[in-house]
Design a protein around this ligand. Structure first.
Ligand SMILES: [Zn+2]
Length: 200
């Protein structure tokens, strides 16, 4: 995925200030203002607002000028307009926070599940493995007896932990048969070589 980070401006308010002296032509006139809120975005999903832009022009001389050019009194008037950020500007931050909370809670849920499932292997369990050489793979429990667990290892290894689950296809478990005692299996779990267990 391509991630683009940047800022965009959104017009949040337009209005007029009547009977005010224009700082350019010094005539009593109607001043038009447009207020923009600048927000950061991540691949066009707004993250949070960062600033405000105000554009003003005069009905009489049509000149454009900045907020700072206005007399104090009108600046105050404009400041009192409700210029808060609109909630959608925080959309990305909310999504991001939600995603982080989900990932963290999911991580602990999986950890807890694994700690329970390792106590009682049953046929069909898929054990995700992390080897000491840094590769990942999984194995399927084929048969469980009083003291032994018979397994078939996946034919493939993964380089990244997030790829392990994709390896879990029935056709990938063919010839790499192996067996463990319950003790050995628990040791692999304690040594963090068994990192996740999935039961269907
Ligand atoms: Zn003017």
């Amino acid at each position: 995925m391509i991630v683009l980070v940047g800022t965009r401006d959104s017009n949040i308010k337009n209005g007029i200030i009547s009977n005010e002296k224009c700082p350019k032509c010094n005539e009593e006139s109607t001043l038009h203002f447009s207020i923009y809120r600048r927000y950061t975005h991540l691949t066009l999903i707004p993250l949070f607002p960062v600033g405000r832009l105000v554009f003003i022009d005069c009905d009489h001389c049509k000149e454009k000028f900045d907020y700072e050019d206005l007399p104090e009194k009108i600046q105050l008037k404009l400041r009192n307009e409700k210029l808060g950020a609109t909630p959608w500007m925080y959309l990305g931050s909310i999504i991001l926070a939600g995603f982080i909370i989900f990932s963290v809670s999911n991580y602990f849920k999986e950890k807890e599940e694994t700690s329970i499932l390792i106590q009682n292997p049953i046929e069909g369990d898929i054990y995700n493995l992390k080897f000491s050489n840094g590769y990942y793979s999984n194995m399927r429990i084929d048969k469980v007896t009083k003291d032994s667990i018979y397994t078939t290892h996946n034919n493939f290894d993964a380089y990244m932990s997030y790829e392990i689950d994709d390896l879990d296809k029935p056709e990938n478990f063919t010839s790499r048969k192996s067996s463990y005692s319950r003790k050995e299996l628990l040791k692999l779990y304690r040594d963090d070589e068994i990192i996740k267990i999935r039961r269907k």
